[in-house]
Design a protein around this ligand. Structure first.
Ligand code: GAL
Ligand code: CA
Length: 347
């Protein structure tokens, strides 16, 4: 009971803060032109998600140039679908016009869909893709994300290029690349598809592979360090390549080598995906060999434009959907040669 009260108060504060924030930028004539966007985030401690949310806030304030006040509430489910179901319910009760939902459990959106549908509130799912069957339940459901297969393909091409240019990556000179893979959350579309397509792509590009092992580290740097420490214990310096499903885990793997005091000449090659601030910095310093840019600015922009169009009915015809409800922003390869342009782009 007490907990619930604290939570309600917290929600109220967030809501009031959003209203105050919104009213600060308000111009006199358009008092009624308000859009209230409710965002449900699976876990704001996730590095990429945290950065995506920052971009989304920027995009929403930019939307105000269109003469609307945008108020935004962002709630964090700390990885629990039940918490998220409650949070969505609260935002609906608070009168949100549209929901942006980053599902805690991508296979379980039904409560949220039912609650929103009852009040005719559209939903833009993002980053954690519901299965098609769920998205097809109602015409006011959308998805904004990135084509997972492309990220794995690009990561595989980057690995193959590196191996061709630097034959010494094959340290034991057996013509094969001994590698380990650090995977994101079980059941996440990006983890499953990236893992599959990176190996395919390396093979297609002529790399002889030997997979030593894989570990799940839930997109998380500290978990990756932990798993990598175990892998190093097991495979010693026979690991020639570490493929991580995201940058945070690639950095965690590097932390493991550093912590164990292994000499750099015995480090494997590390590859990530995302191009987070830390990831780009590591590419710039040539610690991370390369990464694949997960276009958070593009995704945030698409979400904001779509939210605006769906609520106001303005400009919806200009939005390019796949299959009427999907928007996928392409990935890009990042190497030490072009990393600066990604860092500058963000400023
Ligand atoms: C992926 C991203 C990961 C993690 C995950 C969360 O697209 O690459 O770093 O943020 O989304 O759903
Ligand atoms: Ca080898």
């Amino acid at each position: 009971m007490k907990l619930r009260k604290i939570k309600d108060t917290a929600v109220l504060i967030v809501f009031l803060a959003a209203m105050i924030w919104a009213s600060c930028g308000r111009s006199e004539e358009n008092d009624e032109k308000q859009i209230y966007i409710g965002v449900a985030c699976y876990d704001q401690k996730d590095t990429f998600l945290g950065e995506l949310m920052e971009s989304f806030k920027d995009e929403c304030s930019r939307l105000e140039d269109k003469g609307y006040d945008i108020s935004l509430t962002i709630m964090d489910a700390a990885n629990s679908q039940r918490t998220q179901d409650d949070q969505v319910q609260e935002m609906i009760s608070n009168g949100c016009d549209i929901l942006c939902v980053n599902l805690a459990d991508r296979t379980d959106p039904s409560e949220i869909i039912d609650a929103a549908r009852e009040k005719n509130i559209p939903i833009i799912f993002f980053n954690r893709e519901p299965v098609e069957e769920d998205l097809m339940q109602w015409d006011k459901l959308y998805y904004v994300g990135a084509p997972a297969k492309q990220s794995g393909q690009m990561q595989g091409e980057l690995a193959a290029d590196l191996i061709k240019e630097n034959p010494s990556i094959d340290r034991n000179n057996d013509g094969k690349i001994q590698y380990v893979i650090l995977e994101g959350e079980l059941g996440h579309q990006d983890a499953i598809i990236r893992t599959e397509s990176v190996a395919e792509s390396m093979k297609e590009n002529g790399v002889e592979l030997e997979k030593l092992s894989y570990q799940t580290a839930n997109w998380n740097r500290a978990q990756a360090q932990n798993r990598m420490t175990q892998l190093i214990g097991q495979y010693k310096n026979s690991i020639e390549l570490v493929i991580a499903n995201n940058d945070a885990m690639a950095l965690g793997a590097m932390d493991a080598y550093e912590k164990l005091g292994i000499t750099e000449s015995n480090y494997p090659v590390f590859l990530g995906i995302d191009g987070t601030d830390e990831g780009l910095e590591a590419v710039q310093q040539s610690k991370l060999a390369a990464t694949v840019y997960n276009d958070k600015e593009g995704q945030a922009n698409a979400m904001a434009q779509l939210a605006f169009a769906v609520v106001t009915g303005q400009g919806i015809e200009d939005i390019k959907f796949e299959n009427q409800k999907y928007i996928y922003l392409p990935y890009q390869k990042v190497t030490p040669d072009n990393v600066d342009s990604f860092i500058n782009d963000q400023e």
